[in-house]
Design a protein around this ligand. Sequence first.
Ligand code: NDP
Ligand code: 2IT
Length: 447
Amino acid sequence: MSFKNEYVKSVYENVAAKNAHQKEYLQAVREVLESLEPVIEKRPDFVKAGILEQIVEPERTISFRVTWMDDAGKIHVNKGFRVQYNSAIGPYKGGLRLHPSVNEGVIKFLGFEQIFKNSLTSLPMGGGKGGSDFDPKGKSDAEVMRFCQAFMTELQKHIGADTDVPAGDIGVGAREIGYMFGQYKKLRDEFVGVLTGKGLSFGGSLARTQATGYGLCYFTDEMLKAAGKSFKGATVVVSGSGNVAIYAVEKATQLGAKVIAMSDSNGYIVDEDGIDLDLVKQIKEVERKRIKEYVAVKKNAKYTEGCKGIWTVKCDIALPCATQNELDLDGAKALVANGVYAVAEGANMPSTPEAVECFQKSGVLFGPAKAANAGGVATSGLEMSQNSMRYSWTFEEVDEKLHGIMVNIYKNASAAAKEYGMEGNLVAGANIAGFLKVAEAMKAQGI
Ligand code: NDP
Ligand code: 2IT
C-alpha cells in the first residue's frame, strides 16, 4: 500500500522523520493513516482542525526509572513508561506490558492502536498504554511484588479512576494487578477503580479474565456468519498460550470448533485429538511453565521448537494471540496454501502488513486486532462502570454485554468499510469507525 493523498502522506512523513527508530509505532500509524485517506477526502473540516497532526502525537509520554531488589539483595533498574495518548472521549485506558522487548516505540504503537479500539467499544475510554522492559520469567513471587510496587510508586502520580486507568497485557495478569492495586491504595489511601482486571474480591469484574479470548471468538463468529460459515466443525490454530489464547481456545471449542495447536515463544504443540485446555491451564496459569510440558502428559501430541512453525499447521481458522509481527508473509502463505478461510487477531498487530495483504488478496476473511480483540478493554470499561456504581453484575450479565459489544463492533466496522467503498475490508472499516468518533470529539473540544 502507498499513500494517494498528499496531505495524509505529509502527516505520515513527519511522524516517520521524528520517530525513525520506532518501527512498530510507524507500522501502526501508517496502516491507520492509509485507511483514513477516503475520510480525509470527504472531510476538509478535519484537515482544517488539524486532527491528524494531533492524533498521531501522544498528549503525554511519561518515562521513569524503576529500581527494585531481587531475592539475593541485588539492585536492578528497569525503564517504566506510560503513554497517555488521547483523552478526547474518556480517561486514558489501556494495559501495562512487562516484557524485555518493551521500549517507547512499542508502547506508542500499542497506545495509538488503543485510541481506535476503545472508541470502537462505544464506551467512554480514551487511549493509553504503559509497561516496562522487566522480564517476569523466572522471577519469584516476591520479586514480582517488589517490582510492581516500585513501578506503581511512580505510576500512581499520573493515574486515577477519572484520569488514566491501566490494566493487564503481556506479563501482567491478576497477580501483578493485585500487587499494583495494593501499592496504589497504600500510597493514595483511596479505594477506587484505578486499575481493571482486579481480583473478584476487590472490585474486579466477572468475565474480565475470559473477555479478550471470548470477545475474539464472538467477533470471528459474526465475521464467519456473514460469509455463511461458522466455528462448528472447523479446525482452529491459536498461537500463544497466555490469557488471550487460553480463553480463545475455550470459546472456540464451546462454539463447536476443534483447536489443535497452541504455542509459546519457544515452540508449539499440535494435538490432533483437540487441545486439552484443562492441562494447558494447569501448565500455564497454575505452574507458570512452558507449553512443551503438554507433551509429557499427552503422548499423542507433538512439540516442535520455534514458534513461527505453527502457521504451517493445516487449519480452517487461525487466531494469532501471542504478540506483534508473529505472523509474517511466509506464515500467511503457508496458511493460505493449506486452505485457511478466516484469520482474526487476538494479539495486537500480530500480522505484518505483507501478511495482511496476502490474506486480503487471497479472499481470506480477516479480523484486525483493534476490532477483534476489543473485548478485553470493553470488559475493563464494564468493570469501571461497576466500580462507579459500587455494584457487580453476574458473569452472564457481563458476558451478554460483551457479546453485544462485539457484534456491534463487527457491524460498525463492516458498515464503515462499505460506506467508504471498501466493502469487506475490516482493517479499513475498523480504523475509520474508530477514528470518526474520536475526531468529532477532538474537533468539538477545540485545540
Ligand atoms: P500473556 O502474557 O498472558 O501471554 C502472552 C503469550 O504470548 C505467551 O504465550 C507468550 O509466550 C507469547 N509471547 C509473548 N511474547 C512473545 C514473543 N516475542 N514471541 C513469541 N511469543 C510471545 O499475554 P496476553 O495473552 O494478555 O497477551 C497476548 C496478546 O494479546 C498481546 O499482543 C496483547 O497485547 C494482546 N491483548 C491482550 C489483552 C488482554 O486483555 N490481556 C487485550 C487485547 C489484546 P512466552 O510465555 O514464551 O513469553
Ligand atoms: O490491548 C488491550 O486492549 C489490553 N491489553 C487491555 C486493556 C484494558 O484496559 O483492559
